[in-house]
Each structure stands twice: as C-alpha cells, then as structure tokens.
Design a protein around this ligand. Structure first.
Ligand code: NAD
Ligand code: ZN
Length: 322
C-alpha cells in the first residue's frame, strides 16, 4: 500500500528545498521500494536545484547518493528481496544492452544521458504531495524516507555494511576514485593535478595515491580543503588566488613540462581549460569529471590538443556500478 513519509521537495528552480509529507506508491513490476537510511549530497543535486541539470523537471525530490533497505518488491523482481541492504546506483546496469555487455563500458543505454529519468521507466511517478505529482531524479530521489527505483538501479550489499558510509559508493567516491584508476589509468611514479577538492575531487586524490602517483598537486580556491587533501595523499596544495599568473603556468613551472594526468572536478569552463593546459603538451591526459550547466559550450585553442594531449570525460569513474 501507499506509504506516507517525509521528503525534501524542490518545488521550483532556485527555491530552497522544503520538507513535506509525501505519498510513495507501491513498486510496480520490475521496481523496488527502498527505505532510505543514508544519503550523501553531491554538487549534481545543486545543479538540479539551480535548474542547470539537463532535462531536470520540477517539482522534484533530488538526491542520488543513497543506501537503504528494501521495503517491498514489485512483480517479477528476483535480484533483491525485502530486508536486503542496497546501494542505489546513479548509473543503472540493465546487464542486457550492448554497452552493459561490453566489458570496457560502464554506460547503460537506460542511463539518464540516453533518456531523462524524471519519471519511472513506464513514464509515471510514484510520488505525490499535496495532490500534485512529483518528479523523480535519476530514478533515485534519495532525499525521501522511502523511494521507488527500477531493479536495475540497485546493488545488493553485505548485511554488515555501514549504510552511512557506503552510500558514497553510489556516486561521489566511485566517480573520483574511478576517474584516476579506470579512466586515466594513472601509472606508478607519475604526476597528477586535481582541480576541485569536494567529495569527488578528494576521491580522485585517493585514486591517484593508490595508483602510485609520486606527486599529486591539489588545486582549490578554498584553502580549508587542503588539510584533508594532504591527509589523503596530496603532496602540494595551491590556490589560484595566490598567483598573478594563470594556474596552468604555475603547474608548468612546478613540474617542468606539466603533469602526466590532470582532473577537472569542479564543473567550470575556465578550470576545464586550465586543467587541460596543465598536463604534458604531448603525452598528458586530462579527465573532465565536473559537470557544466546544461547548454554550456567551451571554446578551445586546438593547439592544446594538436600536440598530442588527450582530453577525456568520465561518467561515474568508468565503474560498472553493480
Ligand atoms: P563540490 O562543490 O563539493 O566541490 C567543488 C570544489 O571545487 C570545492 O571545494 C570548491 O571550493 C572548488 N572550486 C570551485 N570553483 C573553483 C575554482 N574556480 N578554482 C578552484 N577550485 C574551485 O562538488 P563535488 O560534489 O565534489 O562535485 C564536483 C563536480 O563533479 C560537480 O560538477 C559535479 O556535478 C560533478 N560530478 C560528476 C560526476 C560524473 O559522473 N562525471 C559524478 C558526480 C559529480
Ligand atoms: Zn544496459
């Protein structure tokens, strides 16, 4: 039956979230209803709230970094049962499409970049509030005490897993760590620069460290992030605001020819170019992790790439999430 519980609802772009009583319908065929125990907050939720997430629709329940316990299952669900602990997946894994079957790919054709996930796959919502239909976000909507998601967007986990920690595997940690390990494939002894030290950027620092990087330059305008970055493996921490010259010139001077791998984990066109220009002019690899506002384009001097650099993006750090 319908569950009444609390959820943080965004009624319109640019407006603060408001905690409301909502109704959560039972799961339909192929869906699961999950009691959310913990949810992280990622900058992507903020992009949605600002109205800058591609195809985001209001009113909506945001949140996409959750872990919880299966409350009930819809018809035909075999992967999980009531009581199982699960992590919700930002990138579904249907296991059947050509991308899911490709071991090199972590992108499922059912993901939000292929078609918006404002509603469940049958194009209806499981949430109502004050008589209005509320949109889902990425099929997850973890800022609710209960949510309904497709079976392909959960991963069953160990019953002993601490949900308040493992929820970060659903997006932020997997993205940053995987960007270093899977997408860049950082080599031992190499040099790295990470732009942006939020949850995702700090996870990229951890990935570089585990991959054996000898130097990890962490870049942020908020120096309050430096202590944590050093604890996790950064060898140098710099703020662009402390220099008159562009930060890419500073990094060139620090390293001689630029770093081997750079990561943009902010979501800003200027820092995307700075990160690209900070890596070695010939063999450097720059990974774009940050998300730009929907519709933003970047003008680049093609010489930045002509000399051999590689510029790549990553979705969820190349992880097959399940
Ligand atoms: P966050 O807001 O917690 O961290 C961003 C950091 O960048 C902050 O520490 C901030 O001080 C710093 N910063 C802002 N402007 C700067 C500038 N001009 N120069 C240097 N530092 C600057 O964000 P987060 O949750 O870590 O997410 C980071 C980005 O990654 C976001 O754009 C988010 O949408 C994106 N993201 C992408 C994926 C993916 O699959 N590619 C997944 C999750 C998040
Ligand atoms: Zn798939």
């Amino acid at each position: 039956q319908v569950i009444r519980c609390r959820a943080a609802v965004a009624w319109a772009a640019g407006k603060p979230l408001s905690v409301e009583e909502v109704e959560v319908a039972p799961p339909k065929a192929g869906e699961v209803r999950v009691k959310i125990v913990a949810s992280g907050i990622c900058r992507t939720d903020d992009h949605l709230l600002e109205g800058c997430f591609p195809n985001g629709e209001f009113p909506v329940i945001p949140g996409h970094e959750g872990a919880g316990i299966v409350e009930s299952i819809g018809e035909g669900v075999t992967y999980v049962k009531t009581g199982d602990k699960v992590i919700l997946l930002c990138l579904p894994q249907c296991g059947e499409c050509s991308f899911c079957l490709n071991p090199e790919s972590n992108y499922c054709v059912k993901s939000h970049l292929a078609s918006p996930q404002n509603l469940m796959p049958d194009k209806t919502s499981r949430f109502t509030c004050k008589g209005k239909q509320i949109n889902h976000f990425l099929w997850l909507s973890t800022f609710a005490e209960y949510t309904v998601i497709p079976e392909c967007a959960v991963a069953k986990i160990d019953a002993a897993a601490p949900l308040d920690k493992v929820c970060l595997l659903g997006c932020g940690f997997s993205t940053g760590y995987g960007a270093a390990i899977n997408t860049a494939k950082v080599k031992p002894g190499s040099t790295c620069a990470v732009f942006g030290l939020g949850g995702v950027g700090l996870s990229a620092v951890m990935g570089c460290k585990v991959a054996g990087a000898s130097r990890i330059i962490a870049v942020d305008i908020n120096k309050g992030k430096f202590a944590k970055a050093k604890e996790l493996g950064a060898t140098d921490c710099i703020s662009p605001q402390d220099f008159k010259k562009p930060i890419q010139d500073v990094i060139m001077e620090m390293t001689g020819h630029g770093v081997d791998y750079s990561f943009e984990v902010i979501g800003n066109p200027d820092t995307m170019i700075a990160a690209l220009a900070s890596c070695n002019v010939n063999t450097g690899v720059c990974i774009m992790v940050g998300e730009l506002d929907a519709g933003t384009t970047i003008a680049i001097d093609p010489m930045l790439l002509l000399s051999g650099r590689t510029w790549k993006g990553t979705l969820l750090g190349g992880m097959k999430l399940r």
